[in-house]
Design a protein around this ligand. Sequence first.
Ligand SMILES: C[S@@+](CC[C@H](N)C(=O)[O-])C[C@H]1O[C@@H](n2cnc3c(N)ncnc32)[C@H](O)[C@@H]1O
Length: 210
Amino acid sequence: MSFTDRDVDYLDQVHAPVDAVLAEMLAAGRKEGIPIVSPASGRLLRVLVLALAPKRVLEIGTAIGFSTLWMASALPAGGRIDTIDPDRARTDRARRYWLRAGVTDRVRVTNEPALRVIPRLAPGIEFAFIDALKPEYTAYLEALLPKMAPGGVITVDNVLWSGRIAAGEHDEDTDALRAFDQRFLHEEQLEATIVPVGDGLGIGVVRPHA
Ligand SMILES: C[S@@+](CC[C@H](N)C(=O)[O-])C[C@H]1O[C@@H](n2cnc3c(N)ncnc32)[C@H](O)[C@@H]1O
């Protein structure tokens, strides 16, 4: 039994409608071709953040702040998201949306490439979300692992890449994501799985450090 587009449409209808600001961001993302997570992935991120109550979240790839807002709206009191994106024009837009949604005080943006930023971060990240350059996914994971708290959770978007990985296609992004999936699912420091939601969401729990 496999899910069909009809199931996905049904799930989008049966859930409560997305909040007004999220709906506006979703419409803008779709209209302008900005790649943002599906509402289904956003809902899963929100539920995970709510369940795990992380005080420190790291997001790699902010864009206009759609996935950030799903997570920020579920943070516990005192929880913060650091989000990284070199594209300041996009993150300035994100900030305006977050302001309207009342979450700006929980989000800090760094406008630099993630691989420059992650090595500077203090360890103890409890929840991470990877959603930036596909050829860099494995490098993000390698940089992140020593920064994660034991029991922390790493989530990753686009790990099914619209079916191109399973279809055996080859191009730079598809090959990079295929290699990433192998690494993620077999990484000894993680207990990881890939959930077929949205464009495929990887979820890995960091095992206690040896
Ligand atoms: C898929 S979009 C992020 C979408 C966002 N997570 C969401 O779902 O709302 C990828 C973003 O990664 C950013 N990006 C590009 N190079 C990057 C880098 N080296 N480090 C971090 N982010 C980068 C792009 O500017 C782009 O906005």
